[in-house]
Design a protein around this ligand. Structure first.
Ligand SMILES: Cc1cc2nc3c(=O)[nH]c(=O)nc-3n(C[C@H](O)[C@H](O)[C@H](O)COP(=O)(O)OP(=O)(O)OC[C@H]3O[C@@H](n4cnc5c(N)ncnc54)[C@H](O)[C@@H]3O)c2cc1C
Ligand code: SF4
Ligand code: SF4
Length: 941
């Protein structure tokens, strides 16, 4: 039962915000109760807002009802600032996505919901980028990046949001909207919000009155600092609106809502050179940093010996890392310039300066992108490596301090001593040392109260050292959150802290925005609301709940994301083990069937963006397997044993449906099928006009001919059953492919007993693991035989099946799906003539996982003069889920139609089932790319 005030909130919002975006159920509120920090707060209500009007409504209602709210962008914050136990206002997936680039490309205006990496994607054609560059840029949204003043390796203290912001659209708690780029808006604000204008001017005056304070603030911002509010804004600007705008940066959603930001763009350097400097110890490395400060260096990343050791056994690591001494420390150095002559001068300068500097290995710069990538992979492998190797049930805490770089050496030596003293073993230190900033990772088991106490005393000791000894920053990049809130007064002292409190009171007099974050009177707040991380399943135990998988998870926004599936599953396991709250456990389990299982596409795309490569789809498949009844297992195995009959039956069923379609017409057929599906309680599959007709049967010639240029063609069972949609006027794919192969002069060899064969993927996706393994084993044996133990290449006409075959079959087999096969075997043998009409392509998930996106585009561009690639994560058809859970497919393709120019009438893909959904939701025909290759090629003369 919701408390009265929250129910009133829902009632008030219900008229203007769709029900689907007002969330109160126990499963989803828990799912949103996590960010990338080690805290958990479960919101009472989640409101997904898509525009300013809705945000204003929520702010007004919450203000009047005296309800606290927290804004959420991507929820990748590390200090617990994106959490709420009240109302979580999340940026909805459809709004906040407008952007504009100025004519000279020197400015970009971005909606709060655009990912940092997307912004850079818009700017790439102009050789530009945005300044803020957190390591999480692929997942973090502009609203979160600016509100955390997030930055990374290259931005330093000038390229971050604070240094590059030109304007902002802000909504304050009373509903005032200020657009700092608009003169009218500025004037109106100056007239109507005298309280804020005078208040901020007064706070600035208080700081400026004290000369020592001014000096100290300026000095503290010479290194990175995100502890407390950005008080430098009060010193650096005279205009009160400029002060307000800059105070919003790094304010972590505690002062107002940012809906749009304009940044000055930065040049992407034309060339760069990278090298790894290896020093005998951390002290020497820190001395080297001081020397590098006088050189043109764009990035300098320190990695201590424990860091290097954590990755030295990983594939692709340079072999010399392993043989380094116990105290060795690395600096990964990059220098960049617009042209190669300047770059060479910079490299020479560094080489001269370091000619006599003691290093344990000769140092060399390289402009080879592969070498640079290999060196950067050392750095990017550190965090995943720690996550992987930590003990089950432990938490990953990333701390983030900065000290003046001339004191970095002493600070790091002391920090290493502290790790020994607190028995934090294997604690890695790395960081952007040019800004005096280092990160370190602790992995305590916080389910143990003594570990929490130890963490608390460690944090006190850390504060003693960083603040009292070095006057450094307790949070350099990651924001204060609730993790460092109890230490803000300690770091800044009474006067400045008092001004910070004044800022909060001025902007948010009712203390309704993100309470407990930045300003928090509870000295123990950093050790409260700790998130349980029980071992739950070996497939997901390394998950840190960072949220990087959410952008590649197609069900994120419909039901749960990959991260949220893990969060709920962990809670189910925790409740099951503890015996606590059986009613809640039962409810979570019941709801997880739809939210966790049925709406997971099990496409595994989450693994592509997860630092520790977790495929949450595998967890779901494992759970499906565990839940199967004996009857289902038996039916599955019967089906597998009679594949020939099953494909024949499917063809018959599709023929009957097609007959009904032709008799009734599309409209009546749709009505009838929809009615029957409703009557069956959604148990009958959904019918759409894009439904396939029956495929023509594949009849291999009796006895395989001896072949001179052989290729094994294995038509997938789906293509052996499903033909083109009604009215497409196409032959079946297997016949078209066969004629295409013959046109290319290839001799087709079909596998024996082809009718019976299946890769096993349809069974595996339902959790029928044993049946799937049997089918894969059977196929593997036949293919080895027919391909002469892997000598002859094998083409399978469905990418998902081929991917499954690659995962399960003998590695001697040369397995190809249509894209790679066409480029490798057809392109050299055929002449391509581009068709003039524009086409669309869709790379299916399995092809993405095989890294074939660019290859697909290349192939398509060989065939058509214009190729459109709509941005779709995954179509969500998910094998046969498009028939049974059609809303998943509709959600996956909700933006497809809008992205297709009217002149495009045909789309191409490499999976028959995905094509059904793509056709249904795009309004154009999608079919296999092999049809197009056949259409636009002729034999080479
Ligand atoms: C593995 C890992 C690596 C990371 N590396 C870095 C790094 O290199 N540098 C770095 O700085 N950070 C880093 N982070 C932390 C985090 O990713 C960044 O701070 C990021 O910018 C947060 O963006 P987000 O979209 O996830 O915002 P969220 O976490 O959703 O929100 C961040 C804050 O902004 C507030 N907020 C969100 N949207 C708005 C809005 N529209 N208006 C007002 N307030 C809003 C929220 O209330 C919250 O306080 C890392 C995190 C992880 C997990
Ligand atoms: S699955 Fe991977 S990407 Fe997703 S939250 Fe867990 S660790 Fe992060
Ligand atoms: S398998 Fe797909 S739908 Fe399922 S959690 Fe992973 S990305 Fe999301």
């Amino acid at each position: 039962m919701l408390a009265q005030s929250y129910q009133s909130l829902i009632d008030r919002l219900a008229a203007d915000i769709p029900q689907a975006r007002l969330i109160t159920d126990p499963l989803r509120t828990l799912a949103f109760g996590t960010d990338a920090s080690f805290y958990r707060l479960t919101p009472k209500v989640i409101v997904k807002v898509e525009n300013e009007t809705e945000t204003l409504l929520v702010l007004k209602a919450c203000r009047e009802l005296k309800i606290a709210i927290t804004f959420r962008a991507s929820g990748t914050s590390l200090s617990g600032q994106a959490l709420s136990d009240s109302v979580l206002v999340a940026l909805g997936p459809e709004g906040w996505r407008d952007y504009h680039i100025s004519e000279d490309h020197n400015e970009i205006t971005l909606g709060a919901g655009i990912l940092g990496a997307e912004a850079n994607g818009y700017l790439t054609p102009y050789g530009k980028k945005i300044g803020p560059d957190p390591a999480s840029i692929n997942s973090a949204k502009i609203g979160g990046i600016v509100s955390n003043n997030a930055c990374g390796m290259a931005s330093g203290i000038t390229g971050n949001s604070m240094g590059t912001v030109l304007g902002m659209r802000i909504i304050f708690t009373d509903g005032t909207v200020l657009d700092t780029r608009d003169e009218d808006s500025r004037q109106t604000f100056l007239a109507q919000r005298r309280d804020m204008v005078d208040g901020v001017t007064d706070l600035a005056r208080r700081l400026k009155e004290d000369a020592d304070t001014v000096v100290r603030i300026r000095r503290k911002y010479e290194i990175k600092n995100t502890t407390g509010y950005s008080v430098s804004a009060l010193l650096n600007f005279d205009d009160p609106i400029d002060m307000l705008q800059h105070l919003m940066i790094g304010s972590e959603g505690t002062l107002g809502f940012i809906s749009e930001v304009t940044f000055r763009t930065l040049d992407v350097p034309g060339c760069k050179s990278t090298g790894l400097m290896l020093f005998p110890d951390i002290a020497r490395a820190c001395e080297a940093v001081l020397l590098l400060k006088d050189c043109q260096v764009s990035a300098a990343e320190l990695m201590d010996r424990v860091s290097l050791r954590s990755v030295e056994d990983k594939p692709g690591m340079p072999s010399y890392i392993k043989s380094l001494g116990d105290t060795a420390t690395a600096l990964l150095v990059e220098t960049a310039a617009d042209d190669s002559e300047t770059l060479q001068r910079q490299v020479d300068d560094i080489n001269i300066k370091f000619a006599d500097f003691p290093m344990v290995r000769e140092f060399e710069f390289s402009t080879d992108p592969e070498q640079a990538e290999a060196l950067w992979s050392i750095r990017s492998g550190l965090f995943p490596s720690v996550c992987h190797s930590r003990q089950k049930g432990t938490t990953v805490i990333i701390e983030d301090i900065a000290v003046p770089i001339d004191q970095l050496r002493d600070c790091l030596l002391e920090l290493q001593d502290m790790f020994d003293q607190y028995a934090y073993t294997d604690t890695i230190i790395w960081g952007h040392v040019f800004d005096g900033n280092v990160h370190f990772v602790l992995t305590p088991n916080l389910s143990d109260p003594t570990e929490i106490e130890k963490y608390k005393t460690f944090m006190e000791a850390l504060a003693d050292m960083v603040v009292d000894k070095y006057d450094g920053s307790l949070k350099a990049e990651h924001g204060t959150g609730r993790n460092m809130a109890p230490f803000v007064r300690r770091e800044w002292g009474e006067l400045i802290y008092d001004v910070m409190r004044g800022i909060k009171d001025l902007f948010d007099p009712d203390a309704m925005l993100n309470p407990g974050v930045i300003i928090n009177d509870d000295p123990g707040a950093h050790a409260k609301n700790i998130k349980p991380m029980p071992p739950a399943h070996e497939l997901v135990d390394t998950c840190t709940e960072c949220g990087f998988c959410e952008r590649s998870c197609m069900s994120h926004g419909l039901t749960l994301s990959a991260r949220q599936r893990i969060v709920i599953y962990r809670e189910i396991i925790r409740l099951s083990a503890s015996g606590q709250d059986p009613a809640r456990l039962a409810e979570l389990k019941k709801e997880y069937v739809y939210y966790g299982d049925q709406t997971c596409a099990t496409d595994g795309l989450c693994a592509l963006t997860c630092p520790v490569e977790i495929d949450t789809g595998k967890l779901i498949k494992a759970l499906r397997h565990d839940q199967l009844s004996l009857t289902t297992l038996q039916i599955g195995s019967q089906v597998a044993r009679r594949m020939g009959a099953v494909t024949a039956l499917t063809r018959l069923g599709l023929s009957l449906l097609d007959m009904a379609h032709s008799l009734l017409g599309t409209e009546r057929m749709q009505g009838l099928a929809g009615g029957l599906r409703n009557l069956s309680g959604k148990r009958l599959p959904q019918w759409t006009p894009a439904m396939p007709t029956a495929a023509a049967t594949v009849k291999p010639p009796a006895g395989n001919r001896p072949a001179s240029d052989p290729v094994v063609y294995f038509p997938a069972c789906i293509n052996r059953s499903m033909g083109p949609a009604r009215g497409h006027g196409l032959d079946s794919l297997s016949r078209t492919t066969a004629s295409l192969l013959e046109k290319a002069g290839l001799d087709i060899v079909y596998p024996d007993r082809m009718d019976q064969l299946c890769c096993g993927m349809p069974f595996a996706s339902k959790g029928l693991n044993e049946t799937a393994a049997n089918k894969a084993g059977e196929l593997g044996e036949v293919l080895l035989n027919v391909s002469d133990n892997g000598r002859i290449p094998i083409l399978c006409d469905m990418s998902p099946c081929l991917y499954h075959m690659k995962e399960t079959l003998d590695t001697r087999l040369q397995l190809f799906e249509p894209i790679e096969f066409a480029l490798t075997y057809l392109a050299p043998r055929l002449t391509f003539e581009k068709i003039s009409e524009p086409i669309a392509i869709h790379t299916v998930c399995s092809a993405k996982k095989m890294g074939l996106e660019t290859a697909f585009r290349r192939l398509a561009e060989m065939c058509a003069a214009k190729v459109v690639t709509p941005d779709v994560i995954c179509c969500g058809f998910a094998g046969d889920r498009g028939f049974t859970v059609p809303e998943l497919n509709a959600f996956g393709l909700r933006r497809l139609k809008k992205q297709l120019p009217p002149e495009v009438s045909t789309g191409y893909s490499t999976s028959r089932t995905c094509e059904i959904g793509l056709t249904t939701h795009s309004g154009i025909d999608y079919r296999s790319i092999l049809y197009l290759v056949d259409q636009c090629t002729r034999p080479k003369s």
